[in-house]
Write a protein that binds this ligand. Structure first.
Ligand code: ADP
Length: 300
């Protein structure tokens, strides 16, 4: 127990819609707060409840619900169980996952993952990004704390994508690419944002993938060169000037294919997801990694 629950939107023991019994806070802080809870109508199955105050100036839970509903049936999406609102808060009930990838990396010996673990996570994150793009949305806040491993025997080796609060539709109802705005406010997280976001330009699919690339560098190296820089513009400049060879020093050189491909794409262009996946898989197979080998945190 770190703090008293006074002032939280939900209290331990609280019942929502006579069905979900709130347990403890498990995360959040950005836009919402996440609690774990028991589903009294389903053998006390553990679920996650994301809540947002009705008073929040930026209401994003509605967008999260819309995206999560459309993602149902996809491998890297949480299950949607319900949503609702009352005079105090809006809530979304979904499957409860395990640890997020930011925590898992920080708990690792040298704050980094082995090539085997990093690149296999990379394949799963890539497929998750491909899924959200396939329903016509960009995620726009791809970062390690927005991915978590499952927590049941059948899901604990699957990566789940979280947090669609900053998602944006890039396709219109006809399935055409929406025209880009000439200026857009910065969205996302400075450390992982693509250069496009730093420049306040409309983000495209390649920008979610650039964030994945920065995640991979951090997984492999243990840090990114701009990790201590607070100034967003300075970080943007560092990213623009960054030499990919230097970022990837000591890493498999085929990884250079990733930024090389992403740099060649403009807002409307279709990323070649297969090329990116093959790049990761080729390195893994050359290293004789099996996709079901243990992940770093499963050893010893
Ligand atoms: P916010 O929008 O407030 O940043 P997120 O949706 O990003 O909230 O969630 C914050 C943290 O809460 C995540 O990093 C993760 O650790 C945890 N979390 C979120 N959703 C779930 C879930 N379905 N199961 C387990 N943990 C979750």
């Amino acid at each position: 127990m770190t703090s008293s629950s006074e002032g939280e939107i939900l209290q331990s023991g609280q019942l929502i819609r006579d069905r979900w019994k709130v347990n403890k806070k498990v995360g959040g802080g950005g836009f919402g707060e996440i609690f774990d809870a028991f589903d009294l109508q389903n053998h006390n199955e553990r679920v996650a409840i994301k809540v947002e105050s009705s008073k929040a100036t930026k209401q994003v839970l509605k967008m999260e619900v819309a995206v999560l509903r459309r993602l149902q049936g996809k491998k890297h999406a949480c299950k949607f169980y319900g949503c609702g609102r009352n005079d105090k808060f809006n809530y979304l009930v979904m499957s409860l996952q395990g640890k997020n990838l930011a925590d898992l990396r920080r708990e690792s010996p040298r704050q980094c993952f082995s090539v085997s673990t990093a690149l296999r996570l990379g394949v799963q994150i890539l497929l998750g990004i491909k899924e959200i793009h396939s329903i016509g949305f960009l995620h726009r806040d791809i970062k390690p704390s927005n991915f978590a491993m499952g927590r049941t025997p059948t899901t604990m080796r699957v990566v789940y994508m979280l947090d669609f609060g900053l998602a944006r539709q890039y396709l219109n109802a006809k399935g055409e690419i929406r025209s880009p705005r000439s200026a857009a406010g910065f969205r996302g997280t400075v450390r992982y944002a693509a250069v496009t976001a730093h420049k306040n330009k409309e983000m495209g699919r390649q920008d979610d993938l650039f964030s994945l690339f920065y995640m991979l560098v951090e997984f492999l190296q243990g840090s990114l060169p701009w990790r201590k820089i607070k100034d967003k513009d300075e970080v943007g400049r560092m990213k623009e000037e960054a030499d990919f060879d230097v970022l990837l020093e000591g890493c498999p050189s085929d990884l250079l294919n990733i930024p090389a491909h992403l740099k060649s794409l403009g807002y409307p262009d279709d990323p070649d997801y297969d090329l990116l996946e093959q790049t990761l898989r080729n390195i893994l197979s050359r290293m004789n990694v099996n996709m079901d080998d243990p992940y770093d945190w499963e050893l010893n």
